[in-house]
Design a protein around this ligand. Structure first.
Ligand code: PYC
Length: 324
């Protein structure tokens, strides 16, 4: 029986499961090396994921898929960083694959490392598949994440959504690709989550049509906030088909990039994004490359550790490596 230690947390209601000891030696005992040769110019963590894809994919299934995980869970596996200024590398994943970046889970990783006594309040850097991010752990337990450069790729894109008509929105990068729209005609209330998920799935299919944006895997529906303390409310459909319980760190980053591009939010001004369950992230930005419209989003939130545990890998269990 092999064991993998994990810590679960939630950030604004959205769960993160962190595998904090490098599991690669264990994985290589079960899945000998045969990964792709990565592109020479790929970032270090992306190269690691490509080289050991079968191994990390087995871990992903064992940790995030049923029977141990669920479709709402985001996993984060730590690995040695190539960049000496980083405390670790991190690969994010969910029930269907690997995420480029994940804002709520970075906040979960920060709180998990603090819980383990591996970091103290202060600023720390992490290597992700799409570049280095930094976070500042406050004395009060809050986490302020400086995300990867984010930008709007296209604005005013109209797609025909069968059964719903034309929907217009923006395509933006916040560490993941988003289609963001306010023009959706949906009620952004938790009680309508079934309709919201069905609509957002149909919208994603329309956005992905070959002539549009095949890389967009997150849909963000934005509307008025439910509280005067927030700037907007968002519903985010994640790649695995479920909605983000948090205000979505990469989604808020993409939204900030659109606000900056439209001149609707100034550098340093606060934007409070509310999730569909009412949890919030505070967002702001500084310019990264004004001419290119690229910003560095700053996302502030908090996470809470909920569980410490061990994954047991029993060779006699037919679903030892998850139901895929
Ligand atoms: O917070 O960036 C995020 C995120 C992406 C998917 C789920 N959460």
């Amino acid at each position: 029986m092999e064991k993998i230690r994990i810590i679960d947390s939630h950030t604004g209601g959205e769960p993160t499961r962190v595998v904090f000891d490098d599991p690669l030696p264990l994985l290589l005992r079960h899945f000998p090396r045969q990964g792709d040769v990565p592109a020479a110019d790929a970032p270090a963590i992306e190269k690691r994921l490509r080289l050991f894809h079968p191994q990390y994919d087995a871990l992903r299934r064992a940790v995030a898929c049923e029977p141990r995980g669920s479709d709402v869970l985001v996993g984060a596996v730590l690995c040695p960083a190539m960049d000496a200024s980083c405390i670790a590398g991190v690969i994010f994943f969910n029930n269907v694959g690997f995420l480029n970046m994940c804002g709520h889970a970075t906040i979960g990783v920060a709180i998990t490392l603090a819980h383990l006594g591996r970091i103290s309040p202060g600023t720390h850097r992490l290597e992700t598949r799409v570049g280095v991010v930094s976070f500042t752990l406050g004395e009060d337990g809050s986490v302020s994440l400086e995300n990867v450069p984010s930008f709007r790729k296209a604005s005013g894109i109209s797609v025909d959504v069968p059964g719903h008509g034309t929907v217009t929105g923006d395509v933006a990068w916040g560490g993941n690709w988003f289609f963001i729209t306010e023009n959706h005609g949906q009620q952004l209330e938790l009680e309508h989550v079934g309709e919201l998920s069905a609509f957002a799935s149909a919208l994603r299919r329309a956005v992905n049509e070959p002539q549009h944006f095949p890389d967009v895997d997150h849909i963000e529906l934005v509307g008025p906030p439910s509280s005067p303390n927030a700037s907007a409310r968002g519903f985010v459909l994640c790649p695995g088909g479920v909605y983000d319980r948090s205000a979505c760190g990469t989604g808020t980053s993409a939204k900030l990039a659109c606000l900056a591009a439209d001149g609707k939010l100034a550098e340093g001004e606060e934007w409070v994004q509310e999730s569909i369950i009412g949890s919030t992230f505070k967002g702001s930005y500084r310019w990264h490359d004004r001419d290119a419209g690229a910003i560095i989003p700053i996302i502030v939130g908090e996470a809470h550790v909920t569980t410490e545990g061990e994954i047991l890998l029993n060779p006699h269990d037919p679903f030892c490596w998850g139901i895929s």
